[in-house]
Design a protein around this ligand. Structure first.
Ligand code: BES
Ligand code: ZN
Length: 758
């Protein structure tokens, strides 16, 4: 946003005394606008314009996300300012039916074409004859151009575009010889305009008698637009033109500084045609424009005679064009229309001509029309208003309120007013609203906007030659871009409802949703309590993803071609693992072949990654005796994990060469012989073993603690010829009892025999 314009910095608050006094001194107070409809406006009634909060967004773009943010971030009021400057300064006043209205249309049309819009120029009319003087200077250094427009009297000469050029002299009221400088001949004579016809007539006749090359009658005081007038004695040899008070002040000021040369070209445009420019950008899927919803933005090109119309309404086009530029970068499923209407100041002529061309089917496709007329004056008491012909809120107004809320701007209000092109759309049933920075005063409660409307005070420059770049606020244009442009963009994109639901079909609140529509990821915001998020997206194929409590849900390749819903299911359920081999507690003989067998499943996607100690289908390790842990880990797409363990045992191929029960003699040695399928070395007995314990001879139940079979005479384990031999020395004292012998091996297996001792 540029702030190079020559106006004081905006004050955040209106001081009522100063603000209203200034407004009443210079502005126009309208009558209340009557009506019959009931109030439906969003909270405008009761708020006086002084109550309306500050201009600047409290927290700029506070809750903008996704494409809303991306688009609003690109709106730059500096671009709007440069369009306004071209329209108001380079082209200048654009009176309906004059070439300047057409030039304005072509400037807008050229830009729209460059943004890829299909552009048509509508001519309509004829309209009333226009008589205008274009007043310029060959001295390019003069402040303000100048590129003034004055009224060209039909009592004077119409020079055509060539015009006359000459030095300017000032001749007061021009009523007596003393008023005229000696060198008046050949000069352009500036005199005070007088509302009395005879005084005017005398002044012009006196100037003509002295050989003036042209006459300017301009208001010497006040704040007046150029007057239109005739003379009782026509002066067909010289142009006779009427200037506003500002023209008078500017010329006198320049004359005070030194010689001034002006060029005056007077033209009469007899029953000319007015011009509209309409830019259409078709929806992706509807290149012929037959079905797609239409989002339209409008502004008026024309200005009143004498006014450069920087604010009224080059500003509206400046905003429209910036909205068009930014939106033209996105493939859209809505049809975008930008209207530049001529003849608004003549009674909404261009807009009415335009809506008359719409077929019923076309009208039915309209989402709405956002009309921008006077969208950023620095005039302090002005606030941003959404004004509708019936004073009620409608879709267009509501969308602007929503965009304002997203942008953190709470200064938008709604009330009742026609008086601009939105009325033409309203009259044919298309939702529309006028967006305007205006010191509008809604009716005092209990009256409401609906039936009565309010009053307003315009800025002093309204409809005056002083409606120049000084009457433009880049800051307020930026607010208009963010609010109105933000609403238009929001509607031009597809409305997509993204819902996040758990796999148990419950809404998931607070889920941050991201979308990648082919040009990088964007945060779309966070789901609300209902698990939903309203997003806007261009025509695209998008991947959606959200991560909640470490669980990621992804929807890939979602085709966004129109408004639609996208459902994301967040999987909170762990994958399941079924482990067949090894089963928990399974026993395998050393070196035998066994195959791992397991699988993992997910409730949502079906698949889960599954990793075991050895891969599924691979041989299980049975190469070492003892207990082995086998684990399987599973992870689903969402990031849920599960694991499962099984313990299996690998044992020697056991061969017992002793009976389960035997008889013996206490104090003798008992050989315990066994085989382990080969020589496994002599370190095969679990530590602390063998043991023996006293048992009941009948039942075999232990009657005392196990004791190690250690002590003198107990031999070590021997191996010979494929057999292990352990010599167990029994105790003499055990005579007449039974004893159980337990041999536990390092493979975890235990082997028992019971002996009855004599
Ligand atoms: N930009 C104004 C609209 C407007 C409305 C200005 C309210 C100030 C306050 C528009 O260009 C305009 O001047 N409209 C005319 C009415 C139109 C039907 C000729 C007007 O308000 O006088
Ligand atoms: Zn106007």
């Amino acid at each position: 946003m540029r702030s190079s314009l020559n106006h004081p910095p905006l004050l955040r608050r209106l001081t009522i005394a100063g603000g209203l006094a200034a407004a009443l001194a210079f502005g126009t107070v309208s009558a209340a606008v009557g009506g019959v409809q009931a109030q439906g406006a969003s909270g405008a009634s009761g708020a006086s314009s002084a109550d309306v909060s500050a201009d600047a967004p409290a927290a700029k773009n506070a809750s903008l996300t996704g494409y809303d943010r991306e688009i609003v971030d690109q709106f730059d009021s500096a671009n709007s300012v440069s369009h306004i400057r071209h329209l108001a300064v380079d082209i200048g006043p654009r009176l309906n039916g004059t070439p300047q209205e057409r030039e304005g249309a072509e400037y807008i049309g050229g830009l729209l074409k460059s943004y890829g819009f299909e552009v048509t120029y509508q001519q309509w009319g004829p309209v009333s004859t226009k008589q205008v003087a274009k007043v310029t200077s060959p001295n390019a250094d003069l402040p303000g151009g100048p590129n003034w427009q004055m009224y060209a009297s039909a009592s004077g000469k119409f020079t055509g575009d060539a015009g006359v050029e000459g030095r300017v002299v000032y001749a007061g009221t021009g009523q007596s010889a003393a008023d005229f400088p000696a060198d008046t001949a050949g000069k352009i004579v500036l005199m005070d305009y007088n509302s009395t016809a005879s005084i005017r007539n005398t002044a012009v006749a006196n100037a003509a008698d002295r050989g003036a090359s042209a006459v300017i009658l301009a208001y010497p005081t006040g704040n007046s637009a150029p007057p239109s007038f005739t003379l009782t004695t026509s002066q067909p040899g010289i142009p006779v033109i009427g200037g506003g008070s500002a023209h008078y002040t500017w010329i006198r000021g320049l004359l005070d500084k030194g010689p001034l040369t002006l060029r005056i070209a007077t033209n009469q445009y007899a029953n000319p045609m007015g011009t509209n420019v309409i830019g259409i950008r078709h929806a992706v899927g509807d290149p012929t424009g037959t079905t797609a919803p239409i989002v339209m933005v409008g502004a008026h090109i024309d200005s009143v005679l004498g006014a450069p119309g920087a604010h009224d309404d080059a500003s509206g086009n400046g905003v429209s064009l910036e909205v068009a530029r930014v939106l033209s970068q996105y493939p859209l499923d809505k049809e975008l229309r930008i209207g530049g209407f001529g003849g608004e100041e003549g009674g909404l002529l261009g807009a009415r001509a335009y809506v008359n061309t719409l077929t019923a089917a076309e009208k039915a496709r309209f989402v709405g029309e956002w009309q921008m007329d006077m969208v950023g004056t620095p005039y302090e008491p002005a606030r941003l208003w959404a004004l509708t012909p019936n004073g009620k809120s409608n879709f267009v107004v509501q969308e602007a309120y929503d965009a304002a809320a997203r942008a953190g701007f709470d200064g938008l209000r709604n009330c009742r007013l026609g008086q601009s092109d939105h009325q033409a759309f309203y009259d044919v049933g298309i939702p529309s609203s006028l967006f305007i920075w205006l010191d509008y005063r809604p009716p005092a409660p209990p009256a409401v906007c609906g039936p009565t409307g309010g009053t307003y005070v315009t800025e002093p420059e309204y409809h005056k030659p002083t409606d120049t770049m000084d009457n433009i606020s880049p800051e307020r244009l930026q607010i208009t871009l963010d609010v109105v442009g933000g609403a238009v963009a929001h509607n031009a994109l597809n409305a997509v409802t993204v819902s996040a639901t758990s796999d148990a079909d419950q809404p998931v609140a607070g889920a941050p949703v991201r979308a990648d529509c082919g040009s990088g990821p964007r945060d779309l915001g966070t789901t609300g309590a209902d698990g939903r998020l309203q997003a806007v997206l261009p025509h695209a194929t998008c991947d959606f993803t959200t991560t909640v409590e470490g669980r990621t849900a992804t929807e890939r390749g979602v085709s966004i071609a129109g408004d639609r819903a996208v459902k994301m299911t967040v999987d909170f359920t762990k994958p399941t693992i079924s482990l067949t081999t090894p089963a928990d507690g399974a026993v395998f003989t050393l070196g035998t072949a066994a195959t791992a067998s397991y699988r993992c499943d997910d409730n949502l996607s079906g698949v889960a990654t599954c990793t075991g100690t050895v891969p599924d289908g691979s041989p299980l390790d049975t190469s070492a005796v003892g207990f082995h842990e086998f684990t399987v880990k599973a992870a689903d797409n969402a990031g849920n994990v599960a694991d499962r363990k099984a313990t299996y045992q690998v044992v020697y191929p056991w061969q017992a060469y002793f009976p389960e029960t035997m008889d013996g003699k206490a104090g003798s040695a008992v050989p315990i012989k066994f085989g382990l399928g080969g020589d496994r070395g002599t370190d095969v007995i679990a530590s602390g073993y063998p043991v023996s314990r006293p048992v009941t001879c009948d039942t075999g139940k232990a009657t005392g603690p196990a004791e190690p079979t250690s002590g003198p005479g107990n031999s070590k384990l021997g191996y010979d010829d494929g057999q292990y031999n352990y010599v167990w020395k029994t105790d003499r004292g055990w005579g007449g009892s039974c004893r159980q012998f337990e041999l536990k091996l390092d493979d975890g297996s235990s082997h028992l025999t019971t002996i009855r001792l004599k």
